[in-house]
Design a protein around this ligand. Sequence first.
Ligand code: AQP
Length: 338
Amino acid sequence: MSETAFQPRVFSGIQPSGDLHLGNYLGALKRFVTMQDQGIETIYCMVDLHAITVWQDPTDLRNATRELAAGFIAAGLDPEKSILFNQSQVPEHAQLAWIFNCVARMGWMQRMTQWKDKAGKNAQNASLGLFAYPSLMAADILIYHATHVPVGDDQKQHLELTRDIAMKFNHDYKVDFFPVTEPVIEGAATRVMSLRDGSKKMSKSDPSAASRINMTDDADTIAKKIRKAKTDPEALPSEAKGLEERPEARNLVNIYAALSETSVDDVLRDVGGKQFSEFKPMLSELAVEKLAPISGEMARLMQDTSEIDAILHRGSERARAIAAPILEQTYEIVGMVR
Ligand code: AQP
C-alpha cells in the first residue's frame, strides 16, 4: 500500500442488490480478506442505501443484506478483526453525502459511465439517487478518512470522483481534512466478465442467470454454467499474449488464475495446448473446491439471522464511533452551528 499522511485505513462495500457472484468475490471480497489479514484497520459495509437507487422489494432487500453479511463472514471476514455493518445503521454516511452533493458538480456526475449505462436512454425516469450515487460512495469512504479502497476495475471512475470531491472540499474550505484515497485494484480478476459475453462484466443485474456464477450455486449448477460458457474453437495458448483477441478464453483463464492464486502465465504453462473440453472441467472442479465451503457456511449462518443482525449492529456502533467525530468536524469546517 502506498503511503499517505493519514493513518492507513481500508473501507469498501458491496450492494445487497442481488446474489453475490464470482465477480464480487474475486474482484472485491477475496481481497477484503487479504487486507484484513495484513493487520490494517478494515471497515466493510453492505451498502443498502446504494441498493435502493433502483427498486428493491423490501423483503428481498432485508434477505439480501443478511445473505451478503453471511457471504462476508463465510469468505473469511472476522467481525472482531474487521468492522462489518450495513450502511443504513450509520446515518453519518447519508449526512456527509449531502455535504458532498453540494461540493460535487453536475458535470462530474453526468460523466460517470455507470450512470450512463444504468440510466441508459431512460435517464429522465431514473431516480435522483442513482445520479447522486457516487457522492454517497465518496461519503462512505471519507466518513472514515479511509486511505485505501479495494474494488474491482469497474469502480475506478467512482474512486477518481471520490478523490476529486476530497480535493475540492479541502481546496474550497482551505483545509487538509479529507485524504485523497487510493484505489486498490489488484489481482488476476479485477474485471470478471459475463460467461455469455466476454465484452460485458459479470453483474448481479444481468437478466441471464447463466452469465454469472453465484456464491450460492451448487456444484452441478457451477459445472453446468462453466460447461455452457461461451468460448472459441481454438486450443488454449501457452502465453498470455495469445489471449489478447480472445475475451472469453481470457476470462476463464483469469478466473482460474485468481481462484488458484497463481498468475495467468503460470496457468498457461500448465494448460497451454489444451482444448476447452479439457480445461472447463478443470475450472469447474477448482471453482467448486473453492466456493462450496463458502456457500455451505453461508447457508449455515443464514439459519440464525439474529446472530447476523447482532454482528451488523455491533459493527455499526464501532463504525459510528469513528464516523461521528469526523462528521462533527466536517460540520464545524462548513460553518454549521452546533
Ligand atoms: N465482474 C466483476 N469483476 C470484478 N469485480 C467486480 N465487482 C462487481 N462486479 C465485478 C466489484 O464488486 C464490488 C461490489 O460491487 P457492487 O455490488 O457494489 O456494485 P456493482 O459493481 O454495480 O456490482 P454488480 O454485480 O455489477 O451489480 P449491478 O448489476 O447491480 O450493477 C465492487 O468493488 C466492484 O468493483
